[in-house]
Design a protein around this ligand. Structure first.
Ligand code: ATP
Length: 506
């Protein structure tokens, strides 16, 4: 069994070799934390987007879509708090010259201690069997209590220090906890500094009238500033949602985790506008709903967990992450935030325009509260890819790499393969291709032995292959091969559209 780090490396090289993800500008040695999606990657990405979009807009009558521009008025980012507060505390190790997020170093330290507690609890569960009372154990076991009080003490000091922007104390805490650089193994740290993550550029042709604008660091603000346009034009009644998929840009400090942390990435966000006072009930609703969506991707529940935030952002009154068990560990894939009326209020103040909802029944206006679901498209892609990747030893002693991507998301649904390149088999296969390419995403291939072609289709995650052989010419049947079981069945050519449609349906 490969270690997780090995597995991650294998997935990255598989993604490149089979046309899923390439490093950006590779011929110039790449651009750090920027990636391009190749022929099969773009298909998978589009399928994920389409599924999310449908789940949000088509399956919820009260959610509509939006596609706002990446460039926005600079005041948007002043009002939202991003100009003043969208920054991460960074720290460098003087020996390795590596840069880290100071908050992540401390959070990783807390996580390690929490892992120690979990280990103790699991050991005790085995020891005590059916009579085990976890709550009581956590409250009374001296070792667990000691770990927990250490965690509490760190949180008690760390979060207020961040709130006060007391970076010297954050630095001191790193030192006192004995946190070392994972690369050099030393504690030779620099001071902690705040680093704003927004990219800026110039708009306008002449220097004097050019003004500085930002590349949006989240898609949400495009939704807030269009709140009334959407509500009025689509005649929406509260509660209602606005969904948007689009690029976001962040000049991330630590950016060496493939698609997990990119400087240009894509978000799928939905802002749900509700009556003040009802937000926490909708927050719970969306937590449940979004977890269901993740599980509907065919990934088991054990790969996901919720992480409720102890430290809330300045705009939130409740927040949780859905975390996924990536090869680099459990990490955030989606955030669910109760954002109160912070954003709409801030835009009212800064723009001088009213952003209120008029409730015709109560005959009153108010600023709605907002519950947001914000999922990273690239992180979802990485979750699906890493869960799908499998190396298998076959009965005949050979090996294969297979991507068991759920059929409805797979880049190619059906491969059409003549057994050999003669005897009229390619012509017959082409006839089938001409019909099937209008039904679903197909791939025609006649080069190489059939075994090799199957392996290649396994490696890009094609769930079904149809093979046209000599028998096809006599009785009009083909074999239909299943990627995961590798079993083959014979079906009539006339049955192909119906059978395939049923198999790839969500
Ligand atoms: P993190 O704590 O990992 O930096 P975040 O809390 O800043 O993430 P949000 O602002 O809540 O992230 O953004 C919503 C979602 O956008 C995240 O759950 C994640 O899936 C995605 N996302 C955020 N930053 C990146 C990035 N640099 N690369 C890829 N996806 C990202």
């Amino acid at each position: 069994m490969a270690s997780n780090e090995d597995l991650f490396k294998k997935i990255i090289s598989h993604a490149k070799e089979y046309g899923f993800v390439f490093p950006s500008s590779e011929i110039y040695d790449g651009l750090s934390a920027v990636y391009d999606y190749g022929p099969f990657g773009v298909e998978l990405k589009n399928n994920i987007k389409e599924y999310w979009w449908k789940s949000m807009t088509q399956f919820h009558e009260n959610i509509v879509g939006l596609d706002s521009a990446i460039f926005m008025h600079p005041m948007v980012w002043k009002a939202s708090g991003h100009v003043d507060a969208f920054s991460d505390p960074m720290i460098d190790n003087k020996d390795s010259k590596k840069r880290y997020r100071a908050d992540v170093l401390i959070e990783d330290h807390i996580q390690k201690t929490e892992d120690k507690i979990s280990k103790e609890v699991e050991k005790a569960r085995v020891r005590f069997g059916a009579t085990f009372d976890e709550k009581m154990y956590r409250e009374t076991n001296p070792r667990v209590k000691d770990y927990q009080s250490k965690i509490d003490a760190i949180k008690h000091r760390f979060y207020p220090a961040l709130d006060r922007n007391d970076l010297a104390d954050v630095r001191l805490l790193i030192e006192e906890l004995g946190i070392v650089c994972p690369v050099s193994g030393t504690k030779n740290w620099t001071e902690v500094r705040q680093f704003n993550l927004m990219f800026s550029t110039q708009m306008g042709s002449v220097n004097e009238d050019a003004s500085s604008i930002y590349l949006r660091p989240e898609t949400a603000q495009g939704i807030f500033v269009n709140f009334l346009n959407v509500q009025k034009s689509a005649r929406m009644k509260i509660p209602f949602g606005i969904a948007q998929i689009g690029k976001a840009f962040r000049n991330e400090i630590v950016a060496r985790q493939f698609l997990f942390r990119m400087r240009e990435f894509e978000q799928m966000e939905m802002q749900y506008f509700v009556k003040p006072g009802e937000e926490l009930q909708w927050y719970e609703f969306w937590k449940t709903e979004r977890m269901k969506w993740h599980l509907s991707l065919g990934i088991p529940a054990s790969k996901y967990r919720f992480h409720d935030h102890d430290k809330l952002a300045h705009y939130a009154n409740a927040a949780a992450d859905i975390e996924f068990d990536f090869p680099i560990g459990f990490k955030e894939i989606e955030g669910i935030h109760s954002r109160t009326d912070f954003d709409l209020n801030a835009h009212q103040t800064h723009s001088g325009r009213k952003l209120q909802y008029f409730d015709t029944e109560a005959n009153e206006s108010f600023v709605p509260y907002v519950v947001e679901t914000s999922i990273g498209l690239d992180r979802t892609f990485l979750a699906i890819l890493s869960h799908a990747y499998r190396e298998e030893k076959l009965d005949d002693g050979s090996e294969r790499v297979v991507l068991s991507i759920p059929a409805f998301l797979a880049p190619i649904k059906l491969a059409i393969l003549p057994l050999i390149k003669k005897d009229g088999l390619p012509e017959k296969a082409r006839e089938i291709m001409e019909v099937m390419k209008y039904e679903t995403r197909c791939y025609y291939e006649e080069k190489d032995t059939i075994g090799r072609r199957y392996r290649r289709m396994d490696a890009i995650g094609t769930p079904y292959c149809i093979t046209i052989d000599h028998q096809t010419l006599t009785d009009n049947t083909v074999t239909l091969r299943d990627r995961d079981s590798m079993k083959q069945e014979r079906i009539n050519v006339s049955e192909i559209p119906g059978v395939v449609k049923k198999k790839i349906a969500k």
